[in-house]
Design a protein around this ligand. Sequence first.
Ligand code: DAT
Ligand code: MG
Length: 149
Amino acid sequence: MERTYVMVKPDGVQRNLIGEIIFRFEKKGLKIVGLKMMQISRELAERHYGEHRGKPFFEPLVEYITSGPVVAMALEGKDAVSTAREMMGATNPLKAAQGTIRGTFGMDIGRNVVHGSDSTESAARELGLFFAPGELVEYKRELDSWIYE
Ligand code: DAT
Ligand code: MG
């Protein structure tokens, strides 16, 4: 089973979308193995988005992601990384397929409601940035035999 890092961004929190977003991943069958609300520091924001340093949108991106609390989560499941990304939709909400989270709730690329790791490597890196090892849990769900064959 794979793990991914997903986050409700500050606009998602302000727009009362925390429950709606968690609901979708939970109902899909992804297992929540880490969950917390937090305020991202500038230092953490710059590390998390390190690959975008130097791009014109980097500074506004850091401002945005540190502008209010976020909800950080670790999700586990079959192909969790790509599954969560597909459920979120394209980076630009106006290009994101209808029915996806960004396609349903977003308008601007700079207010796209959610984050999800783009590869298993970034998932491991981001989970390490946002969660201490003891904050991620391992547990069995009785329901799993009804979700997985
Ligand atoms: P994603 O969040 O889909 O993984 P990304 O890693 O390319 O997308 O970029 C990180 C965030 O930066 C993205 O959620 C929104 C912002 N961003 C990306 N490209 C942008 C652009 N061309 N203009 C403004 N903001 C951008
Ligand atoms: Mg990305």
